[in-house]
Design a protein around this ligand. Structure first.
Ligand code: ADP
Ligand code: MG
Length: 153
């Protein structure tokens, strides 16, 4: 795995890094967004979708578990699995089909569905540091490495 650590001093920095990352994502990728409540996972997702040109509202799908965004023919699925606790729901909801070569899946709280989720191409780990956040990006595939290489930090 190859990794990169960056400090994000404010919300704008999180959005900006997300926008850069959004531009580098390709179909078929799965990203895990990790960190405690309030770490900035949804903010980073908002930046990623903005980077792809989506200017609408991005709210965390805490109760619906997933929110789809169709942006220039790519399906982006934003999962928030914080409240996911029934493994049978995974199959019933057809979540497995969301992970395919023409979609990009962004998953908050992936540890809640370990064993069901496909492996991550890239993990994004956020933690508080001073008034800002630290972000560690770790790539587990060639597309993931390409994304990290594309970033200007
Ligand atoms: P999560 O989805 O991990 O629970 P959110 O994305 O909802 O977290 O963010 C929680 C708060 O953190 C928001 O108020 C957001 O503005 C703030 N935030 C995001 N990135 C940063 C940063 N780099 N520095 C300081 N605050 C940030
Ligand atoms: Mg969130």
């Amino acid at each position: 795995a190859s990794a990169l650590a960056v400090h994000l001093s404010d919300e704008a920095a999180t959005l900006g890094l997300g926008e850069q990352l959004g531009l580098a994502l390709t179909g078929g990728m799965t990203l895990y967004l990790q960190g405690d409540l309030g770490a900035g996972k949804t903010t980073l997702t908002r930046g990623i979708l903005r980077g792809r040109g989506f200017l609408g509202r991005v709210k965390s799908p805490t109760y619906t578990l997933v929110e789809p965004y169709v942006i220039s023919n790519i399906n982006f699925y934003h999962f928030d699995l914080y409240r996911f606790n029934d493994p049978s729901e995974w199959a019933d909801a057809g979540f497995r089909d969301y992970f395919n070569s023409t979609s990009v899946c962004l998953v908050e709280w992936p540890e809640q569905a370990s064993g069901m989720l496909p492996a991550a191409d890239l993990t994004l780990q956020l933690s508080p540091e001073g008034l800002g956040r630290n972000l560690v990006l770790t790539a587990f595939s060639e597309p993931g490495r390409q994304c990290i290489a594309h970033l200007n930090t």
